[in-house]
Design a protein around this ligand. Structure first.
Ligand code: APR
Ligand code: PHB
Length: 389
């Protein structure tokens, strides 16, 4: 088989890149380890920056998002009973869109089917060879059969545990990492959201987040120790803990019910540099992970795709390599700013197990400052709605 761009991974990064490249007349083959059903069963975050919304329009996959997504003008941060409103609309003129990543992925698969692009599911043992040469090759198995693709470029969109990053020799990459000493226990429930806007709560009982998918589907998270397992948490225990972290008037009136999904995710900041080795490019979670506190994971994947898509189209259509030559640097400049924001949101809102009493005072002082300073709120709003691509 021969193609222009071999894409490893059929999560949001790989699918969006495939969608945009095929629209521009570039030939691709996308290889995904899991079944489509499995990919579409993963529940992930749900906040889309304005720039992400625009990219989904450009990719012609925005129709259902525009109907079912909920535009949000702001978020609340709370500190026990203090509620701080960050009004994005007033502070930046922009909004974010609440629309689950799972739905974005489903819309991309549907659009790819309609275009008739090549997507191969349940591939095993993907091997990238000659990535540092002019003619890379990607081989893989489906069942007992082995296949190979000759290509011009390889896009490594295969997430944190994929093969792409590991294909780059260790001496050619540098990693930066911070692992946080807690995880998020999240539930989905068919209940009315606790509030019109998201609430990121700092409290003496730890962090909680009240989010939503629609008017009858809520998504909540609480901070838990890394040693906790999902089985340790009954729905009742979850609601009790959640309510102890949210402002008391919200806790008193919120609707609770049984969970329809429950999972724990660890929190980590991670970057692997550079994003290019020869003709292999890393995109999205394959290159970087952010803690979910700033809702940046999917949005960063989309800005990576933006830079790489333009670079690849330029290289394949005109022979000019300026865009792919600058890809790593351009994408990393934005990635590090989102890293900083996600880390800052995480440290501002979570209780660390070994912290002294000074740390809690710092969180409260930061939230009080936000409540009193429009400048501080504007800075947070600018980062939350997404820095320009
Ligand atoms: N071969 C083929 N596919 C692979 C391989 C492999 N060796 N390893 C992993 N994959 C697939 C995974 O099954 C997954 O579907 O690559 C895909 C990677 O998707 P994601 O992990 O979702 O990463 P990405 O597409 O970069 O999406 C960005 O934003 O909100 C965040 O972490 C969240 O998934 C999200 C991310
Ligand atoms: C979610 O709705 O799942 C969500 C929202 C905001 C975040 C993280 C997750 O920061």
């Amino acid at each position: 088989m021969k193609t222009q761009v071999a894409i490893i991974g059929g999560g949001p990064s790989g699918l969006l890149l495939s969608q945009l490249l095929n629209q521009a007349g570039v030939d691709t083959v996308l290889l995904e380890r899991a079944s489509r059903k499995h990919v579409l069963s993963r529940i992930r975050a749900g906040v889309l920056e304005a720039g992400t919304v625009q990219m989904l329009h450009e990719a012609n996959v925005a129709q259902r998002m525009e109907q079912e997504g909920i535009p949000h003008d702001g978020v609340y941060l709370s500190d026990d009973d203090l509620m701080v409103h960050i009004n994005f609309k007033e502070l930046t003129g922009k909004q974010v869109m609440i629309y689950g990543q799972t739905e974005v992925t489903a819309d991309l698969y549907a659009a790819q089917d309609a275009m008739g692009t090549t997507i191969v599911h349940t591939v095993e043992d993907v091997v990238i060879e000659g990535a540092d040469s002019a003619s890379p090759k990607v081989s893989y198995s489906v069942g007992d059969q082995r296949f190979a693709i000759d290509c011009d470029y390889v896009a490594g969109c295969d997430g944190f545990h994929g093969v792409s990053r590991k294909t780059i020799p260790e001496k050619n990459r540098q990693t930066f990492e911070r692992v946080y000493p807690f995880g998020w226990l999240g539930i989905l429930s068919r209940t009315k959201p606790a509030h019109d806007e998201l609430i990121y709560a700092n409290s003496s009982n730890g962090f909680a987040l009240a989010s939503m998918r629609n008017q009858n589907l809520s998504r909540y998270y609480i901070q838990v120790p890394l040693t906790d397992r999902v089985e340790d948490w009954s729905d009742e225990a979850f609601w009790t803990k959640l309510k102890s972290c949210l402002p008391s008037d919200i806790a008193k009136t919120m609707e609770t019910g049984s969970s329809i999904e429950k999972s724990i995710a660890p929190l980590r900041s991670f970057v692997s540099e550079p994003l290019r080795w020869g003709n292999l490019f890393l995109v999205g979670d394959a290159a970087h992970i952010v803690p979910p506190t700033g809702a940046k994971g999917l949005n960063l994947a989309v800005s990576d795709v933006f830079y790489l898509y333009h670079g690849l189209v330029q290289a394949l259509k005109t022979g000019t390599t300026e865009g792919i030559d600058c890809y790593s640097e351009r994408a990393l400049t934005r990635i590090w700013k989102a890293m900083r924001f996600s880390w800052q949101m995480t440290t501002m809102l979570h209780k660390f197990a070994d912290e002294d009493n000074f740390a809690a005072q710092m969180r409260t002082a930061t939230l009080k400052h936000l409540s009193q300073s429009e400048t501080a709120r504007r800075d947070l709003a600018e980062n939350y709605i997404g820095l320009p691509f």
